[in-house]
Design a protein around this ligand. Structure first.
Ligand code: NAP
Ligand code: MG
Length: 401
């Protein structure tokens, strides 16, 4: 059988620990036998990031801009303990943060659903994708806690020297204060990424803020989204999808009552909190995909989970682990499909569909990793818990058949 050809390389970002082990297994078992794989390889493993003073992360992001599609393995974000574990020269920043800053993108997270695992919310029939605006607000704030009373003011000095001053609050005792900001350009990028992704996936887009209370700050988000939507209105109509704005609390209530099958755009904090709720309610972090979409149409695919350190330490002791590779496989299929779309290679798109179906069918047949076995409904089929290697073999058998 001849392998599926590729014309443009994928940017391949290798990573750390258990996911690095899975990465190699997935490629060897499920991709290389079928695809004449072209990648430009960047080793984002912590050792190589340290060796290159993190230049490799920047290079991989620049390559993604050049080629348009990347697939990324989970990576360690170093902390104090990792400094000694890996003998690091510096506590390097989160690679995802660095890549996001260079690509200026929005992260979309979607649960992979299977019928054996019932969402905690009974009405949900289709996945809900969370689009989190990942710049500013409380994540880039300044805070003050005072020991006595006094007056806090918000002062803005414009580049031309004009000063705007407002009293935040006059307190007669100790208190806390917080100053945060956002950039109009970042909100605009977010809007473009969201509308573009909604069109790509043919799903409606919901957005909510608290603009009744925060008339200027949240009001700006509402206004800019509506303004950018004007550019997409006709294409939305053609695709039969809608842009729906409502207050954030109303959005939360409607999400719970909904059947799913839409994209929920969230401000930074809402996205942080709600993505954990949505992923847990759908089942497991090990079944969550994540894609970074830049406003100029560059895509970086990954799994939403981390490097699964606890499993890796067991692996190092020679134990076989039952680590779930599905989200990492879907990162590969997402990237291959997008490459296929961009280069007009239908076979590559079909291969991505087949591989995803083989994963889901394997699980539906009752063969799965331990994390899923704990969640699956045992009433329909007998559940067989397997290690990662046997799970990948079972997927391969389905793919061959
Ligand atoms: P994690 O790697 O996601 O793992 C947390 C726990 O979730 C695991 O111990 C495991 O539970 C379960 N889990 C996650 N993925 C799984 C999978 N595929 N199959 C089965 N179980 C899975 O998060 P973490 O332990 O907080 O972080 C570990 C490292 O990953 C850190 O160094 C962090 O910096 C990094 N990280 C990277 C990314 C990224 O690159 N995008 C994201 C998050 C974290 P049990 O042990 O109970 O089985
Ligand atoms: Mg969170």
């Amino acid at each position: 059988m001849s392998k599926i050809p590729m014309t443009t390389p994928l940017v391949e970002m290798d990573g750390d620990e258990m996911t690095r082990i899975l990465w190699k297994m997935i490629k060897e078992e499920l991709i290389l036998p079928y695809v004449d794989l072209k990648t430009e390889y960047y080793d984002l493993g912590l050792e190589n990031r340290d060796k290159t003073a993190d230049q490799v992360t920047i290079d991989s992001a620049e390559a993604t801009k050049k080629y348009g599609v990347a697939v990324k393995c989970a990576t360690i974000t170093p902390n104090v303990q990792r400094m000694s574990e890996y003998n690091l020269h510096e506590m390097w920043k989160s690679p995802n943060g660095t890549i996001r800053a260079i690509l200026d993108g929005t992260v979309f997270r979607t649960p992979i659903t299977v019928s054996l695992i019932h969402p905690a919310v009974r009405s949900w029939e289709k996945p809900i994708t969370i689009a989190r605006h990942a710049y500013g607000d409380v994540y880039k704030n300044t805070e003050i806690r005072t020991k006595e009373g006094g007056t806090a003011e918000l002062v803005f000095t414009s580049d031309s020297g004009e000063v705007t001053r407002q009293v935040i609050q006059k307190l007669d005792g100790p208190g806390v204060f917080q100053g945060m900001h956002n950039k109009e350009s970042s909100i605009r990028s977010f809007a473009h990424s969201c509308f573009q992704y909604a069109l790509d996936t043919r799903q409606s887009l919901w957005f909510g803020t608290k603009d009744t209370i925060s008339k200027i700050y949240d009001g700006a988000f509402k206004e800019i989204m509506a303004d950018v939507f004007e550019e997409y209105k006709d294409r939305f109509e053609e695709a039969g999808i809608e842009y729906f704005y409502t207050l954030i609390d109303d959005a939360v209530a409607r999400v719970i009552r909904s059947k799913g099958g839409f994209i929920w755009a969230c401000k930074n904090y809402d996205g942080d909190v709600m993505s954990d709720m949505v992923s847990t309610a759908f089942g497991s972090l090990a079944m969550m995909t994540s894609v970074l979409v830049s406003p100029d149409g560059v895509y970086e695919y990954e799994a939403a989970h981390g490097t699964v350190t606890r499993h890796y330490y067991r692996y190092l002791k020679g134990e076989k682990t039952s680590t779930n590779p599905v989200a990492t496989i879907f990162a590969w299929t997402g990237a291959l499909r997008k490459r296929g779309e961009m280069d007009g290679i239908l076979e590559l798109q079909e291969f991505a569909d087949k591989l995803e179906k083989a994963c889901l069918d394997t699980i539906e047949s009752g063969v799965m990793t331990k994390d899923l076995a704990l969640l699956a409904d045992p009433d329909t089929v007998p559940i067989q818990t397997v290690d990662s290697e046997d799970f990948l073999k079972a997927i391969r058998e389905r793919l061959e058949a």
